[in-house]
Design a protein around this ligand. Sequence first.
Ligand SMILES: N[C@@H](CCC(=O)N[C@@H](CS)C(=O)NCC(=O)O)C(=O)O
Length: 200
Amino acid sequence: MKLLYSPASPYAAKVRMAAHHAGIAIELEKVETASNPPELMANNPLGKIPTLVRQNKPPIYDSIAIMHHLDRLSGGKLYPRKDEKRTEVEVLEALCDGIMDSLLAIMNERRSRSEDKVHQPWIEKQWDKVGRALDHLDGHLPKTGKKLHGGHFALAAALSYIDLRFGDREDWRNGRPQLAAWPAAFTKHFPDYPALKANA
Ligand SMILES: N[C@@H](CCC(=O)N[C@@H](CS)C(=O)NCC(=O)O)C(=O)O
């Protein structure tokens, strides 16, 4: 299996951490989505990463479908078995993916328009979503021990992406003491976080 990815992609970071945790070896291939690379376009009509390419089997996207595939491959190492617990983890992942979606929307707005055309109210609306989600997380962190799951990896990926892209102007730690302390607790149980988080 080969993962088309970029080191900065938070969705890909979530998948890379999860695969590592589940003990699933995946070959990595860096792609630049902006240049519509043929291999990516041939495997994912949306041209998005992460995309998991398999031998003689259809490719898998998006990151959530890849996570559930890895969970099945690993015999359930990424999501709880019990319905209610599993739903809780899936909703946590959805919330953290939603943070990534809003941050990506801000990046895309800034990248695709000249400064005078950037629609600031749209950017503010995205920051409001991110702020509310982070406030919620500060009060509703997942129990973080030996047993890690997809929600932990989504949270770790989202926080690392804020630091990577907005670290100079947005400190998500301010006023959120529980959340601020979480990466250290997570790293205790997942020491490869610094190597696998979203990075340049
Ligand atoms: N919902 C998708 C989002 C994937 C996504 O938007 N990835 C970004 C990179 S972080 C991308 O491929 N952007 C290129 C594009 O949209 O053309 C997932 O969970 O995998």
